[in-house]
Design a protein around this ligand. Structure first.
Ligand code: ADP
Ligand code: MG
Length: 685
């Protein structure tokens, strides 16, 4: 039996799988033994030694072994009443003299079917006071079968998996155990042994069934390094591809830019000037530019990009800017049109809905083109493309970016982001890009006043909103739900809308949520921008860079549920005009609680980088980078992504290999080609 499966074997070859399980796994995207074994435990339970009933409330969850003595419905009301709950009286198996305590579950009637008196269970949860009694509320539990002494499930550090496609965590543990048992110990040719002294297969075993806590941590670090290496291999490979292609040169000084700067009612900030210089240095060289422009919301990235585009135009090229939404593209187009009118540079707008051109002056083809994803399709882009600018780049995948760039000669590329990215993440995700940072916002810009308010103070908040509306200002209201289905979020926003319509009966209020079509969303945003709507109730879809200078108040409900970066992004929607702006963080969290403290940080600092670093520590990179990292592989071992040393090691490993075998064509390195994300094929030099 043992030793027949390969990592590449299909799960059909796992004879221990039942038919129903096979289809459940397939639906969950698990096709090969490798996929199966890369399903990570949610957590581990140390079942070598169970905790005793502590007699006081515990902050950390504990793992106990107990016997069910009694089980039944408690509380008031009939079936389905919210005040009813299930209570199980447990006897601690690990305390002398039959110490008893209760477990309670609210709103989980299925528990009554899963447990009954006499059963032995492993419990995992916190002890909390429920009234005067110390109880475990909603513990995770697992029923132990009779005679189950030294099994997969006991007397070891046990992996706990999430339910997958209807397969219970306990059964998954058995499945993975058996798969590991039947895995061939032989090395496989298509597996690159990344750390020879800890081969992949033995590391997998340790990952699922670790012998010790230290061993598990070491294994995690090994996989983290591997993941990081894969990332860096991509980065180094992309960089190589870019370097090998012939770049364009925009050597001529830009008179247009000088004219533009003269015509502006303000001065460029020092940070903007520095970034323009850095960009020009790249553009004027023969190497092609590959640069990330980072800057907080409102720091003036668009203008810096326009300066870059004008340099390309002056040198006889055209320039393209791609934005993630219709309304953003329109906004850029309008701004450019106004600013470029004095310079006689024609601009075009290309989106799914519209194609417009500002016919100015010489009536020839537009040299500056702004658009949405629509730019990627058809043949709308002129031959002599010299510069590609991508706004809010995290909304696009790597492949989409490549689609615009993949032409010969390669245009210069500037990608922009308003999400401040901590240094370690820049290194790991954008290591192929040079980075320019606009680290200050234009002076004279009124600071946004941020304040935390409790639900009890809602009346005062409503009065404040009324006063601002009377002065002619506009208001954003972000509804509470951030997790959950789009449909649930939409419902929560609709409820919020209904409440505000009651509070402000004579005011036009708009609604924006993710279930609406792109056209509907754009039309609502347009109404808000043009002040046909005074209040906009929305989910977090309002996040991306729309500029409505007259909006001065942002109310964020249940603010404690949001990430700091996200709060900061939302707050960036206001404070864009001459009026004082206010961000009100509504919360039920109390002073001293974690959520409240977090909000205190947002209240005090308006430095996006600081907030992002904090977020990265608290919530991991997914939150900081935004969810749409399409084109990037899923990150599983994220706690290590904050480790600059580890990232450097991954990078060194990747670069050493590419130096030795740039096309990854040798037998030894060929397996690594599966790690490449863009499928561009081998580099030919
Ligand atoms: P973001 O970096 O968020 O994309 P924008 O480019 O939209 O910011 O700029 C925000 C606003 O600030 C715009 O209205 C822009 O015209 C203005 N702005 C840009 N640079 C300056 C400056 N140096 N001084 C004053 N206002 C500026
Ligand atoms: Mg912007």
């Amino acid at each position: 039996m043992s030793g027949e499966l390969l990592l590449s074997s299909s799960i059909e070859e796992c004879r221990f799988l039942r038919g129903r399980e096979l289809s459940a796994l397939r639906i969950a995207g698990v096709m090969s033994v490798r996929d199966l074994l890369m399903m990570l435990p949610r957590r581990y339970e140390d079942r070598r030694m169970f905790a005793r009933f502590s007699g006081y409330a515990t902050d950390a969850p504990m793992c106990m072994r107990a016997k069910v003595i009694d089980l039944g419905w408690k509380g008031f009301g009939g079936r389905g009443s919210r005040k009813r709950y299930i209570e199980a009286v447990m006897e601690d198996a690990n305390s002398m003299g039959g110490v008893r305590f209760s477990c309670v579950w609210f709103g989980m009637p299925m528990i009554a079917k899963m447990l009954c008196a006499g059963m032995e269970v492993v419990l995992y949860g916190k002890l909390k006071y429920f009234g005067k009694r110390l109880c475990m509320t909603h513990p995770d539990f697992e029923v132990i079968k009779e005679g189950e002494g030294n099994s997969i499930h006991l007397n070891r550090i046990v992996p706990v998996y999430s339910l997958r496609g209807g397969i219970a965590g306990r059964r998954l543990r058995e499945i993975i155990y058996m798969a590991l048992h039947e895995l061939s110990p032989e090395p496989e040719p298509e597996v690159y042994e990344f750390v020879p002294d800890v081969p992949f297969k033995s590391a997998l075993k340790e990952l699922h069934f670790p012998e010790t806590k230290e061993g598990r941590e070491k294994t995690f670090r090994r996989f983290a390094l591997e993941e990081c290496f894969a990332q860096q291999l991509n980065v180094a490979y992309r960089r190589r591809c870019a370097d090998l292609r012939m770049g364009l040169q925009s050597a001529k000084e830009s008179l247009l830019v000088q004219d533009l700067v003269k015509s502006l009612p303000f001065e460029l900030t020092d940070a903007q000037k520095r970034c323009v210089r850095e960009i020009y240095r790249d553009m004027k060289s023969t190497r092609s530019m590959n640069r990330l422009l980072q800057g907080d919301v409102g720091s003036g990235k668009t203008l810096v990009a326009l300066c870059a585009m004008l340099l390309a135009v002056e040198n006889g090229y055209s320039a393209v800017m791609m934005a993630p939404t219709q309304i953003l593209a329109e906004q850029h187009y309008e701004k450019f049109r106004q600013m470029l009118a004095v310079l006689d540079v024609p601009v075009a707008l290309i989106t799914g809905e519209k194609k417009e051109e500002s016919h100015l002056g010489f009536g020839n083809e537009a040299r500056i083109i702004v658009g949405t994803h629509a730019l990627l399709y058809g043949d709308k882009i002129p031959e002599n493309l010299g510069l590609v600018v991508i706004d809010e780049q995290h909304k696009f995948g790597v492949n989409q970016r490549e689609r615009l760039i993949a032409r010969n000669p390669r245009p210069d590329v500037l990608v922009m982001t308003a999400t401040p990215i901590p240094r370690t993440l820049t290194l790991s995700f954008y290591g192929d890009l040079d980075v320019s940072i606009i680290d200050s916002v234009p002076v004279g810009r009124g600071k946004v006043i941020t304040a935390i308010r409790s639900e009890k103070e809602r009346n005062k908040v409503v009065d404040f909103v009324r006063a601002q509306l009377e002065e002619g200002r506009q208001i954003y209201i972000v509804s509470a739900l951030i997790d959950g289905e789009e449909s649930v979020k939409a419902k929560s926003a609709q409820k919020e809308l209904a409440e505000w319509q009651k509070l402000l009966p004579f005011i036009d209020i708009g609604l924006l949520h993710g279930r609406m079509s792109a056209e509907q969303k754009d039309s609502v945003m347009r109404d808000f921008r043009d002040n046909r709507i005074s209040v906009l109730v929305s989910t977090t879809v309002v996040e991306v860079g729309v500029d409505v200078p007259n909006a001065t108040v942002m109310i964020i409900n249940n603010a404690e549920r949001f990430g700091l970066s996200q709060l900061h992004q939302l707050r960036g929607r206001i404070g864009r005009g001459v009026h004082q702006s206010y961000c009100i963080l509504m919360t039920d969290a109390q002073k001293g609680e974690e959520g409240y403290e977090k909000l205190g940080i947002v209240e005090k600092t308006d430095n996006g980088f600081e907030l992002a670093e904090y977020d990265l520590k608290m919530r991991g990179p997914g939150d900081v980078l935004g969810t749409s990292q399409s084109g990037h592989k899923e990150i599983r071992f994220n706690e290590w992504l904050m480790d600059a040393r580890l990232i450097h090691r991954g990078r060194e490993l990747a670069e050493a290999i590419l130096r030795e075998d740039p096309a990854l064509s040798s037998r030894k390195y060929r397996p690594l080609r599966f790690l490449l994300e863009d499928g561009t094929g081998p580099v030919t030099s």
